[in-house]
Design a protein around this ligand. Structure first.
Ligand SMILES: NC(=O)c1ccc[n+]([C@@H]2O[C@H](COP(=O)([O-])OP(=O)(O)OC[C@H]3O[C@@H](n4cnc5c(N)ncnc54)[C@H](OP(=O)(O)O)[C@@H]3O)[C@@H](O)[C@H]2O)c1
Length: 247
């Protein structure tokens, strides 16, 4: 496989380039300020056209990814998106691109997080009246908060509680003099150092406490999942794909 990587100089994109090469794939590293072994991301259309790439893997920023999606759709190149923090217009643009090419977007490419999602849903269903709090921690350079994974977990919890017609109010941090509302879910964001990504869901009630935690120990786990995704969508028909379809 030959894959182009947008964000190849970044914390995660650089790991994607390494993962591709270690698996024996060709990796085209794209950057806004390319070195000798990189290509200029500004020439993305030409690079995709010349290189006959099987996929574009993108770990950049939402506004750049939306543009790259348009270019990939015009070039007919499948797109794997790790970038998080899209607004509704951005998500709609990705859906448009998926009419022309396969698009696989995941807020977290770690297999353990997908297992965590299922375990959290099972826990929420099994413990319907327990208080739920969600805490996530990431490195100080992360731009979006809460993380894309935290938002995904919150949606999963809503879906699990939704079967009883409930949707919890999301309380982002707490201050002041209020008791906890049983109809709320506390969401806590920490940004510090070089933390790769930690997510914890706490369920408490009935004099007991259940904590479900995922901790990424290196960014390689995200890179490996993104390359799995690229291998899986290359050559598939246009449409939106879920990471759970490939793991
Ligand atoms: N889905 C997952 O599993 C997962 C895992 C980790 C991170 N992420 C997400 O992936 C994204 C990147 O995270 P990161 O920690 O790797 O970020 P990072 O280290 O800041 O890297 C960002 C990369 O994006 C490029 N970039 C920034 N603005 C750009 C623009 N306007 N046009 C083109 N390229 C641009 C930068 O390239 P230059 O060298 O040109 O500046 C850099 O290579 C974030 O949204 C993060 O939340 C997702």
């Amino acid at each position: 496989m030959r894959a182009a990587v947008a964000g190849a100089t970044g914390r995660t994109g650089s790991e994607v380039v390494t993962e591709l090469r270690e698996r024996g794939h060709d990796a085209l590293a794209l950057s806004r300020e390319p070195t000798d072994d990189q290509r200029d991301i500004g020439d993305l259309a030409a690079v995709l056209d010349e290189s006959d790439s099987d996929a574009l893997i993108d770990f950049t920023v939402p506004e750049a990814t939306v543009h790259h999606a348009t270019v990939a759709a015009e070039a007919g190149v499948p797109l794997v998106i790790g970038t998080t923090g899209f607004d509704e217009d951005g998500l709609a643009a990705l859906t448009d691109a998926a009419r022309e090419i396969p698009v696989l977007r995941a807020s977290n490419f770690a297999r353990g997080v997908h297992a965590l999602r299922e375990i959290v849903q099972a826990g929420v269903e099994a413990l319907p009246d327990y208080d739920i709090e969600l805490t996530e921690t990431h490195h100080s350079g992360k731009r979006d908060a809460p993380s894309g994974t935290a938002r995904t977990l919150l949606d999963d919890i809503d879906a699990a509680r939704g079967e009883r017609g409930e949707r919890l109010d999301r309380t982002h941090g707490r201050e002041g003099k209020h008791e906890r509302d049983p109809a709320e879910i506390g969401v806590h964001v920490r940004r510090a150092g070089n933390v790769r990504g930690e997510h914890e869901v706490l369920l408490a009630g009935n004099d007991e406490l259940l904590t479900l935690t995922h901790r990424a120990e290196s960014r390689r786990v995200f890179a490996a999942g993104a390359v799995d995704a690229a291998e899986a969508v290359a050559g598939r028909p246009a449409g939106e794909y879920e990471f759970t379809e490939v793991v």
